[in-house]
Design a protein around this ligand. Structure first.
Ligand SMILES: [Zn+2]
Length: 83
C-alpha cells in the first residue's frame, strides 16, 4: 500500500467536495491534533481513501466510491474546516 501525503487524496476528495480540499483542516478526535488534510497521511489503495493523523495514526477520514455513490466517514475528526 502506497503512502502519500494528503495532497495525494485531494483529487478524489474533490469528487465529493466542491471546495478545495488541500486547504481543509481537521481536528483529530483521538489526540486533538489540528492539521491541514494536505499534511496528514493518505493511503489511496486501501478499500477507498484513508487519511490518518500524523501525530497518533488514528483514522481521520475514509472515502469509498461505489458505482454510483460515495460513502464518507469522518468519525475520526471532531470537526472539519473547509474554506
Ligand atoms: Zn491524532
Amino acid at each position: 500500500m502506497e503512502e502519500l501525503d494528503g495532497n495525494g487524496a485531494a483529487g478524489r476528495l474533490s469528487e465529493v467536495f466542491a471546495l478545495e480540499m488541500t486547504g481543509a483542516r481537521g481536528r483529530c478526535d483521538t489526540c486533538g491534533n489540528v492539521v491541514a488534510l494536505a499534511e496528514a497521511r493518505a493511503f489511496l489503495d486501501a478499500p477507498g481513501v484513508v487519511i490518518r493523523c500524523r501525530a497518533c495514526e488514528s483514522v481521520l477520514l475514509v472515502l469509498v466510491r461505489g458505482d454510483d455513490r460515495y460513502w464518507l466517514g469522518v468519525s475520526g475528526m471532531t470537526w472539519l474546516e473547509l474554506r
